[in-house]
Design a protein around this ligand. Structure first.
Ligand code: COA
Length: 333
């Protein structure tokens, strides 16, 4: 039995925050942001939308496109760094509730921007073991809820959104998720961190006053390690599976910074046409960035059944990973 990525779906909030809007909020310019990051605008969820609402809407689309009923889903996993609630209930449980899914395992994972690659690894293992048949995986983020809009080094980078997929079982090897490699190294934890609101710095007046509830990043250091790690990941997974870059139909890197994507893409000799790029319109949506980019390709008819996708992610933790995945979705709307 193999695991297949049967469908993709996405949801982007309606509100657009442009670089020009940010010029009015912090000391920055459209020119600086565009040149250093490639980002032009990002979506921001409204005050009455929470992460599970975004994940729910992306999931509805993925379920419908997979052609299954919600009662056929036997597990729900959500990757998020901006959950509805800090400890419980999980965002996956909230998404399940909104979908009307009952009596199946639902839980969140914390792997920051590598979340979707981790989800594929988990879902693949559960399906291949025979334990589950139809797994809903969701990367959903309301990152605006953990951003300090007075900190120009982070607020320009991130946006909200969600992406979801159905991973099901198949006997057809040509549809299979080929391989996933993923790792973490907590020694780099401090370089990209939300220091407050956990057991280390609990929610207290002094911690909140120090803005510890917001994300902090040593951007330049993260940048250098991200380029190296994202490149090494790809080399490792291609070599391990004896696949050449020419055999990849589409490269879907995590959308964090256009310069990071460009550096990795050119080192690996992937053409621009073969590389997914949504950074300019969505910014960095963390765990949602890869499925949102995949959905964009799907809706623009740039991926088709059987195409070999190479996913590549890096994020806080640090975490990183790559996946070789055949697109096994059949229905175009
Ligand atoms: N507008 C204008 N100037 C800014 C700015 C902004 N929004 N943010 C930082 N600057 C300034 C800095 O203060 C610094 O000024 P100085 O030279 O006077 O000290 C200068 O720009 C250069 O800062 P630096 O941090 O070296 O810029 P950079 O080229 O590394 O770009 C990032 C900054 C954040 C865009 C870049 O480092 C990055 O993308 N990092 C990785 C982000 C990432 O991938 N994160 C998530 C991983 S999943």
């Amino acid at each position: 039995m193999y695991a297949a990525l049967r469908s993709i779906g996405s949801y982007v909030p309606k509100n657009i925050l442009t670089n020009y809007d940010l010029e009015k909020m912090v000391e920055t310019t459209n020119e600086w942001i565009t040149k250093r990051t490639g980002i032009k605008e990002r979506r921001i969820a409204s005050s009455d939308e929470v992460t599970s609402d975004l994940g729910y809407k992306a999931s509805l689309q993925a379920i419908q496109r997979a052609g299954i009923r919600v009662d056929e889903i036997d597990m729900v996993i959500c990757a998020t760094l901006s959950p509805d609630y800090l400890t419980m209930p999980s965002t996956a449980a909230m998404i399940s509730k909104k979908l009307g899914i009952k009596n199946v395992m639902a839980f969140d994972i914390s792997a920051a921007c590598t979340g979707f690659v981790y989800l594929i690894s988990l879902a693949k293992a559960f399906v291949e073991s025979g334990a589950k048949k139809n797994i809903l995986i969701v990367g959903a983020e309301k990152i605006s809820s953990i951003i300090d809009y007075e900190d120009r080094s982070t607020c320009i980078l991130f946006g909200d959104g969600a992406g979801a997929a159905i991973i099901d079982s198949t006997e057809d090897k040509n549809e299979a998720i080929l391989d996933v490699i993923a790792s973490a190294d907590g020694n780099y934890g401090d370089l990209l961190i939300t220091p407050g609101c956990g057991s280390k710095n609990p929610i207290r007046e002094d911690n909140v006053k120090d803005k510890l509830q917001y994300m902090k990043m040593a951007g330049n250091e993260v940048f250098k390690i991200a380029v190296k790690t994202l490149t090494n990941d790809v080399i490792e997974i291609l070599q391990k599976n004896n696949i050449s870059p020419e055999e990849i139909d589409i490269f879907i890197p995590h959308q964090a910074n256009f310069r990071i994507i460009e550096a990795v893409r050119s080192k690996l000799n992937f053409s621009v046409e073969k590389t997914a790029l949504t950074i300019s319109k969505y910014g960095n949506t963390s765990s949602a960035s890869i499925p949102m980019a995949m959905n964009d390709l799907y809706e623009n008819k740039k991926i088709k059944y059987g195409d070999l996708m190479l996913l590549d992610a890096f994020g806080g933790g640090f975490t990183w990973g790559s996946a070789l995945v055949r697109f096994a979705g059949k229905n175009f709307n």
